[in-house]
Design a binder for this molecule. Structure first.
Ligand SMILES: NC(=O)c1ccc[n+]([C@@H]2O[C@H](COP(=O)([O-])OP(=O)(O)OC[C@H]3O[C@@H](n4cnc5c(N)ncnc54)[C@H](OP(=O)(O)O)[C@@H]3O)[C@@H](O)[C@H]2O)c1
Length: 254
C-alpha cells in the first residue's frame, strides 16, 4: 500500500541524513517531493535516485534562513504539482557548541536562525497552502536535547529545538480547527554526518551508543519511518505531539 499516494511534500535538509532518507521513503510511498538544502549536487543525486526508482521530485537549492527560499519551496510545490499536503521542516545544525561563557552572540543567533527562525519561516509560507489540503501535515525536526535531557555544551542547539516544540504546540492549537495537523519529531542519536560529528571517534561513538536504552544509534531510515507515520493518515488523530524516536535515550540511566 502506498501511504502518500497523490500527496505533495516539501522536505528540507534533504541533501543528507534524515532528510535524504525521508525524501526517498516519501517518494517510494507515492508522494511528489520538493527537496531543499543548500547543496545542489546532493539534491540532484537524490532526485536522480528517486526518478530511477519510479518516483517524482524536484530539487530547489537554497538557505532555510532566507524567507524568499521558504516562499520559493511552496511556489514550486504548488506551481509544479498543484498543491501542498506535507511539509517536513527538517534542516538543522548543531550550531555554536561549547561552554556557554565561550560562546558568541553571533554563534547564538546563527544557531537560532538556522534551526528555529527557519522553522517559523517555513511554517509561515507553508500553512496557507497546507490548509487547502484534506490531509495537511506540518512536521518539524526537533531533538531530545533540551526536551528530556540536558547536554553540556549544547545550550543554543537545545534552546532552538525546544523553541520548535513550543511553536509546534501553538500552531497545532491554531490550525487544528481547520484540520491541519502539526507535530515535531525528536530523534535520538542518528548515523548521519551531524551524528558522526558528535560521535567523532570510536570512544565517543561507544559513549553515545551507551547513552541509549537500545545501546545503539538509529539509521536515518528509522527516523524517516517515523516522519512517514506523522506525514500519513496513519497519524490522522496525532497533533501537537513532540514525538520521541530516540532509542530510549531519555529513560536510560545505565
Ligand atoms: N543526527 C542526529 O543524531 C540527530 C539527533 C536529533 C535531531 N537531529 C536533527 O535532525 C535534522 C537532520 O539532521 P541530520 O542528522 O540528518 O544531519 P545532516 O545529515 O547533517 O543534515 C542536515 C541537513 O540540514 C541542511 N541544512 C543545514 N543548514 C541549512 C541551511 N542554512 N539551509 C538549508 N539547509 C540546511 C543540510 O544541507 P546543506 O548542508 O546542503 O545545506 C542537510 O541536508 C536536524 O534538524 C538535526 O538537528 C539529528
Amino acid at each position: 500500500m502506498s501511504r502518500l499516494e497523490n500527496r505533495v511534500a516539501i522536505i528540507t535538509g534533504a541533501s543528507s541524513g534524515i532528510g535524504y532518507a525521508a525524501a526517498k521513503l516519501f517518494a517510494q510511498e507515492g508522494a511528489k517531493v520538493v527537496v531543499g538544502a543548500r547543496r545542489q549536487q546532493e539534491l540532484d543525486k537524490l532526485i536522480e535516485e528517486i526518478r530511477v526508482s519510479g518516483g517524482q521530485g524536484i530539487a530547489v537549492a537554497g538557505d532555510v534562513t532566507d524567507e524568499s527560499y521558504a516562499e520559493a519551496l511552496v511556489e514550486v510545490a504548488t506551481g509544479t504539482y498543484g498543491k501542498l499536503d506535507i511539509a517536513f521542516n527538517n534542516a538543522g545544525t548543531l550550531g555554536a557548541m561549547g561552554d556557554t561563557p565561550t560562546l558568541t552572540k553571533d554563534g547564538w543567533h546563527e544557531t537560532i536562525n538556522t534551526n528555529l527562525t527557519s522553522a517559523f519561516l517555513g511554517a509561515k509560507h507553508q500553512i496557507p497552502a497546507l490548509l487547502n489540503s484534506d490531509h495537511g501535515s506540518l512536521i518539524f525536526t526537533s531533538t531530545f536535547v533540551g526536551h528530556t535531557i540536558g547536554m553540556p555544551g549544547m545550550a543554543p542547539y537545545a534552546a532552538s529545538k525546544a523553541g520548535i516544540n513550543g511553536m509546534m504546540q501553538c500552531l497545532a492549537a491554531e490550525y487544528g480547527p481547520k484540520g491541519l495537523r502539526v507535530n515535531s519529531l525528536l530523534p535520538g542519536g542518528t548515523d548521519t554526518p551531524m551524528g558522526r560529528s558528535v560521535a567523532s571517534n570510536e570512544e565517543m561513538e561507544e559513549f553515545v551508543k551507551s547513552l541509549h536504552g537500545l545501546k545503539r544509534i538509529a539509521n536515518p531510515e528509522e527516523i524517516a519511518a517515523a516522519a512517514l507515520f506523522l506525514a500519513s493518515d496513519d497519524a490522522s488523530f496525532v497533533t501537537g505531539t513532540a514525538m520521541l524516536v530516540e532509542g530510549g535515550v531519555s529513560i536510560n540511566k545505565t
